[in-house]
Design a protein around this ligand. Structure first.
Ligand code: SF4
Ligand code: SF4
Length: 242
């Protein structure tokens, strides 16, 4: 009978209700277009479906270096690089991502690929609800991952996009650059993107008034020091982490 103990929590939760008598579990009623849309707003740094970004001039950010594929623990990225046509380059520099695929049957949304990318080419949106009826649909190609001519993620027929799912698609990771140091809160640390320009800096943790003043002073000091060492602003094609 010992094995029945494993069901104790399950059975307990089945009949569980709060002091007000309300059951905490909320029924999923179909989402968008359903009788009732109960989806909640997603966290700012939600790891959803990836996008391949472009610079403001439309150039692709991916340089086909394969670092994302190398770091991926699920081995779900396939990249092939190719030389840019000097007359009509696809990306700044010598190479571009010629083939780019992500297999979402394997991806665990760890975002190590995002961290590894030197040009901020691959980032994640907050859209995570995509159901496939075909294995081929689960393998996203470069054409599907690349943002459109306005810099917006493409919305594929089997994806459930909500307002804000494309907001700050590349902002979350900047909290880890440079090194997650608190004094960089409030400082723009990523390059401009097609459709978005230079994004606002991430807000950081809520601070009281005194902490806010101290953080702003530290940020100004850090910015001055960085510029004093000959660092560029963060809105050029170099991108990446400074
Ligand atoms: S999020 Fe993680 S598992 Fe998914 S493609 Fe990137 S590195 Fe691989
Ligand atoms: S997405 Fe980034 S890491 Fe991956 S191949 Fe392109 S430039 Fe390299």
């Amino acid at each position: 009978m010992g094995y029945l103990g494993g069901f104790k929590v399950t059975i307990g939760k089945f009949f569980h209700s709060t002091e007000t008598g309300k059951v905490l579990t909320r029924e999923y009623l179909g989402g968008k277009g359903g009788p009732e849309d109960l989806k909640r707003d997603k966290p700012v740094r939600m790891h959803g479906r990836h996008v391949l970004n472009r610079y403001e001039d439309g150039m692709e950010k991916c340089i086909g270096c394969e670092l994302c594929a190398g770091v991926c623990p699920a081995r779900c990225i396939y990249v092939r690089g190719a030389d840019n046509d000097p007359e009509s380059p696809t990306s700044p520099g010598e190479r571009f991502g010629f083939v780019y695929e992500i297999n979402y049957l394997r991806c665990i949304h760890c975002d190590l690929c995002v961290e590894a990318c030197p040009t901020e080419a691959i980032t994640e949106t907050k859209m995570f609800e995509f159901s496939f009826t075909d294995r081929a649909d689960a393998i996203y190609t470069k054409d599907e991952l690349l943002v459109d001519d306005d810099g917006m993620p493409q919305q594929l027929p089997w994806e459930d996009w909500r307002v804000g799912d494309d907001a700050n698609t590349s902002a979350w990771m900047r909290a880890t650059s440079p090194g997650g140091a608190a004094e960089f809160e409030g400082i723009v640390a990523w390059s401009a993107e097609l459709g978005y320009g230079v994004r606002s800096p991430e807000g950081g943790q809520p601070l009281d008034a005194a902490q806010q003043i101290e953080a702003e002073a530290k940020a100004a000091e850090a910015l001055a020091a960085a510029h004093g060492h000959g660092h560029d602003d963060h809105d050029d094609h170099g991108g990446g982490h400074h």
